[in-house]
Design a protein around this ligand. Sequence first.
Ligand code: TNX
Length: 523
Amino acid sequence: MRSYIRLIAFLTLFTLLSFISCAKKRNLNLPPTPLTAAGLIPHPVEIKSTNASFPLDKFTAIYTAGTKEMEDIGNFLAEKITFKTGLRLKVNPESAKNFESRILIQLDNDFTIENEEAYKLKILQDSIILTSKTPSGAFRGIQTLRQLIPQQSNDTIADYSIWVLPTGEITDYPQFEYRSAMLDVVRHFFSVEDVKKYIDVLSYYKFNTLHLHLTDDQGWRIEIKSWPKLTEIGGKTQVGGGTGGFYTQEQYRDIVNHALERHITIVPEIDMPGHTNAASLSYPFLNGNGKELKPYTGTKVGFSTFDCGKDTVYAFIDDVIGEMASLTPGPYIHIGGDESLVTKKKDYNYFISRVEKIVQKHGKIMIGWDEIANATIGENTIVHFWRNKNNAQTAAEKGMKVILSPAQKAYLDMKYDENSKYGLTWAGYVPVNTAYRWSPENYAEIPIDNILGIEAPLWPETITNIGELEYLAFPRVIGIAELAWTKQENRNWKDYRVRLANQTAYLKSMNINYYPTKLIDWK
Ligand code: TNX
């Protein structure tokens, strides 16, 4: 059976390659443009220009070789090309007739770059060949290709529209395996559609993870079938007294699948033992602060805690983590663990160790904010640095991996500057250059081998809708994408400023309400 599949794969590839080599060379006299000047974000590892041109037009077809997943990627590309240019390219058409230029997307088992998300994009005059070891690699390569398509066609060449791409070869793979944004949907709730739109834009810049902060003092945002009051009671509040909201499990799955189609992993966070007022309000036996429970719509933190000594509390956590684990295909569950200011230290450490076992029992790797580093936890658990460098260093010394979200650089909820309409200032202003000009490679003396990657969190205390979310996220999150993907030797603020200015057309086409900072000469 296996050899039969191999034979089919070989024959498909052979047919595709013969299509390509038979392609007629049209004499279009296209203007040569250097691929090195393409202005890609994130900047790829290597770009070689061959100074000719590829015509994308109504005579172009997309071919995919390999699995159904590869065909999905081909269809995804076709859809995005239609959105950008209006062209309706065929994917794997039965006959090669009428097609003069081709985009081939293929897997290669002998691909020489080890990295799972690596790809090679070869642009010739009559064909584009995208090769990778995995579908994720192909998906990242598709984003590069999308960025190479000019916003406007150059239709003075022929009597129909042509989008001229530069020829050459790009070899590319990410520096860090975890490239993430975080969205808190508690302080203010965001709809499934809002989250999907954010995912769409994140995937364009090669992010591969979205962390959703689903529970906090002000609300509980995910349906848990075994504990229905969490959303019936806990889902009804948010900062400032609005009506809150929550995702049903079906809606959460819808988000997970939308992300999966874009090769993005969802990391759900159930924050505990602090940040738990909404949970305790729903089920008072959870409460450990000894105070009367009331719905909370303020923004101060650190007053709530679970009772860390009761077995029933851990039975509750087992149910919640169990349901989240079965809803979430990705490998991680984030358990928060930050700012548990009223939990006794001894209780906190006991709690974190015990919850780690629960997460592992359900087959997942635990992530927690940097405070967890001091508890007795295993090497496999991941520490999420946000404020305390000592905690991150402790984690690295224990051999653990660390995710970097230093608030002074990576917090998308900090104001840009004194003109910012929204945002907090507790970690200072974070202008676009500050968010870009830092080195995750040697941040806080954490050895690079202990760095899993970077995440840009967005806490919505001061914003209530997607337009305001976009104002805080864009353009800073685009810089974080480059820091996570591109090695230091290929990063440079002066060059990045120009490439960022060129994102205007894409951001406008997506109707993104970005902050038009004066640091960038927007196009
Ligand atoms: C700190 S970052 C928090 C959040 C707030 C945020 C506001 C972290 C682990 N905890 O609860 O929303 O600051 O910037």
